[in-house]
Write a protein that binds this ligand. Structure first.
Ligand SMILES: [Zn+2]
Ligand SMILES: [Zn+2]
Length: 313
């Protein structure tokens, strides 16, 4: 058994891309230091920020909330609130919600919970069903979920007067997104991702991703070593989506050539910096939220739902 490179105790974790062997204590420290460094490098937080943390009960957002609380405690003028949006995925979301609530009560963090149904009148399951039966337009559940989640998190964060909205995306998620944009030849979208936190519109709460440089495997190990409660089931709608195929390719590449995921992330950041696309943003005439299309995607979904769900009643 190898020894920890920092203290000579027995190692508990091997990090292939850096060749480090670390004991539990030094592994935990290395993750917390890396998150703090990511926040500092991208100037993600200010000392007086009210930070909203989107949590689902899954390992990423659980680890994010735990580490952010440790960092936030050092700044007396800042504050932290956890936000959970229940999409309404039966047989899946209930457990996550339970664990998220358990976590915030253990950590003593204020927790705001709402749902798609409460905000917009439909659960994700209902939306998927209505579109499947009645609409010619066929989309994956992830398409609806992505648009509604983005909208709802922004609205909730804004109402709670949050300065920064922190999300639990890890290195794997971010590298997958870079490759997905390439596979779909959606390079323009990469130019729009907002790494530099420029204020795109007053009505958008800036989003930060402090875990973007931590591999998923290390987040799982951190949660395990810290004994944090988390939900490990994957979303039932995520089967067969492009993201899963890309994840498999990236994992194979990473196993053969450690460091691949970091390098894909850096490529995405460089493309983003070179493109710096300025979006034309106006207010959607229906919902009065900032949008890039004439009528925003959210309103198109809602119009479609209302047409289809009233027709046959
Ligand atoms: Zn050690
Ligand atoms: Zn709209």
């Amino acid at each position: 058994m190898k020894k920890c490179m920092k203290c000579n105790k027995q190692s508990a974790y091997y990090r292939p891309y850096s060749g480090e062997y670390l004991c539990k204590k030094h592994f935990i420290e290395s993750i917390e230091r890396k998150v703090a460094r990511t926040i500092a490098r991208h100037k993600m937080l200010q000392e007086t920020d009210k930070i909203g943390v989107g949590i689902s009960g899954g390992k990423d957002s659980t680890v994010l909330l735990y580490i952010l609380q440790k960092i936030e405690k050092r700044f007396p003028q800042s504050s932290l609130i956890a936000i959970t949006i229940d999409e309404g995925i039966s047989g899946y979301r209930e457990e996550g919600l339970k664990l998220a609530t358990q976590l915030t009560s253990e950590l003593g963090i204020e927790h705001f919970i709402t749902s798609f149904r409460e905000l917009y009148g439909y659960s994700l399951d209902e939306i998927v069903q209505i579109f499947k039966k009645k609409s010619k337009e066929q989309h994956t559940a992830c398409f609806f979920c992505g648009i509604l989640r983005r909208r709802s998190l922004n609205q909730v964060a804004r109402n709670l007067k949050v300065d920064k909205l922190a999300l639990g995306h890890n290195l794997d998620d971010e590298a997958q997104t870079v490759l997905m944009n390439i596979f779909r030849s959606d390079i323009i979208r990469m130019g729009r991702t907002n790494l530099n936190l420029r204020q795109v519109h007053d009505l958008f709460v800036p989003r930060i991703k402090p875990l973007r440089e931590i591999p998923e495997r290390e987040i799982a190990a951190y949660a395990f070593f810290r004994d944090l409660p988390f939900h490990s089931q994957t979303c039932p709608y995520a089967e067969g989506v492009l993201r899963n195929d890309i994840q498999r390719i990236l994992n194979e590449m990473e196993a053969k050539r450690p460091g691949t995921k970091h390098s894909v992330l850096r490529s995405g950041d460089k493309i983003q910096q070179l493109l710096q696309i300025k979006q034309e943003i106006h207010l959607c005439p229906i919902c009065h939220e900032p949008a890039t299309e004439k009528i925003c995607k959210f309103c198109k979904i809602m119009q479609n739902l209302q047409n289809h769900s009233t027709k046959n009643i």
